[in-house]
Design a protein around this ligand. Structure first.
Ligand SMILES: [Zn+2]
Length: 415
């Protein structure tokens, strides 16, 4: 594993830089001090720094590190059962997140936004080198109204709501307090429940969550804290509209998005994060509660009908998987699902790189392979423009570098 100070010259690759520009055959990237220094055709390379390590990627694809805008590292994926999660001591939930973070990085995701369940300690553990994982942005906990998507209590339970994943608030005054609470705990972004959802026991995905005035209060306070952005869990059409009118940066899921919402999102530049990975994951009838199973099957179908229309109309899309609800570690399957919904492979690659960086407010640092950006680089087997699904199989992700350090190196390319 090269130290961040070892310059690296990756060459002889199919370079796809994340900007949406033409791919470059025989492409190369020069990395120095953890940053991209130069990008271009191999024969045009500049004078290489002393001691630069040459890595011949033998025609495979060189891509920017991918960005997953919607994960839950503290949720197990696949076998979701809130009663079981709530029964885990907080420390165990955190320890269980550690291997998932590593697995996510090894799937090619070098930056991830955790939208509930992971506190600022997860992010700092990665930054300090204690844990291996993607660069993290955390929401700490989802803000939700009583009985909304963040309220995991059964109807007869009047005890405390599980506070690991969410905080309950009702009305603008309580929303102010709740958003300031997660900001105080180091939230990089804010997650709000604008509709009900599949896994919450007492609501439906087309029930309204926070109303427009509650959401606006939250977006205004977040904006006043160094421009922090708000992501809205929003599945039914009414809640999607409330969220967009309330000023959120992204609609997460957006399964019932309609023309009115599409128009408004186009006008305001609101992103859609369709989380097709979870939408396309069948619930396990042996593990899911009956009510959750029925909701999931119905809303999968709603998503399949509505999302392609939003993509066709050109709503800005950023990649997010909802891994934690879906299985961890195959995040780039999302790109294939986006293509199935009508996106071009290049469009899907942009959704997973430069567009996601735009949504996170990090476009000046990550999301493309351009001089001055963090050296977050993925080498993947084959040509993703002709076989986008190959990226969803982690065995095809051969090399993953974050800040110029190789964390996965299947063929010993960087050894
Ligand atoms: Zn989620």
């Amino acid at each position: 594993m090269p130290a961040p100070t070892t310059p690296v010259f990756l060459h002889n690759g199919l370079l796809i830089d994340g900007t949406g520009g033409e791919p470059v055959r025989g492409g190369a990237v020069l990395i120095e001090d953890g940053l991209v220094r130069w990008v271009g055709r191999t024969p045009d390379r500049p004078e290489l720094p002393e001691g630069a390590r040459h890595i011949d990627v033998r025609g495979d694809a060189i891509l920017p590190g991918f960005i997953d805008c919607h994960v839950h590292m503290s949720a197990p994926g696949g076998a979701l059962n809130h009663a079981e999660i709530a029964a885990l001591p907080g420390s165990l939930r955190t320890f269980l997140a550690a291997p998932r973070m590593k697995q996510t990085l090894e799937a090619g995701v070098t930056t991830a936004r955790d939208l509930g369940g992971a506190d600022a300690g997860h992010k700092r553990a990665v930054e300090s080198g204690l844990l291996v994982g993607p660069r993290l942005l955390v929401a700490v906990a989802m803000l939700s109204p009583t009985g909304g998507h963040g309220d995991f209590r059964m109807a007869t339970d009047n005890g405390e709501n599980d506070s690991g994943m969410s905080r309950l608030a009702d009305g603008p005054a309580e929303c102010r307090k709740a958003v300031r609470g997660v900001l105080r705990q180091g939230a990089d972004c804010i997650k709000v429940a604008a509709t009900g959802g599949v896994w919450s026991p007492t609501d439906q995905p087309d029930d309204d969550g926070f109303l427009e005035d509650e959401i606006r209060t939250i977006t205004e306070i977040a904006a006043g804290h160094r421009g922090k952005k708000v992501a809205a869990h929003a599945q039914g059409r009414g809640g999607i509209l409330n969220a967009v009118r309330g000023g959120v940066a992204s609609v997460e899921h957006g399964y019932e998005i309609d023309d009115e919402a599409i128009e408004l999102m186009l006008e305001r530049g609101t992103f859609l994060v369709p989380t097709l990975t979870t939408a396309n994951t069948d619930p396990d009838p042996k593990k899911a509660a009956l009510w959750a199973y029925a909701k999931k099957k119905h809303w999968q179908e709603v998503a399949r009908r509505h999302i392609p229309h939003a993509i066709e109309r050109g709503v800005r899309v950023a990649m997010g998987t909802d891994c934690g609800i879906a299985e961890h570690g195959t995040n780039l399957r999302e790109l294939g699902h986006l293509v199935d919904c009508g996106m071009t492979p290049m469009g899907a690659l942009r959704a997973g790189t430069s567009e996601a960086a735009e949504l996170l407010g990090l476009a000046h640092e990550i999301g493309t392979l351009e001089p001055g950006k963090h050296a977050d680089v993925v080498v993947a087997r084959g040509n993703p423009l002709t076989d986008i699904r190959a990226l969803g199989r982690p065995e095809n992700i051969l090399l993953v570098m974050k800040d110029g350090v190789a964390y996965k190196d299947v063929d010993g390319l960087a050894a």
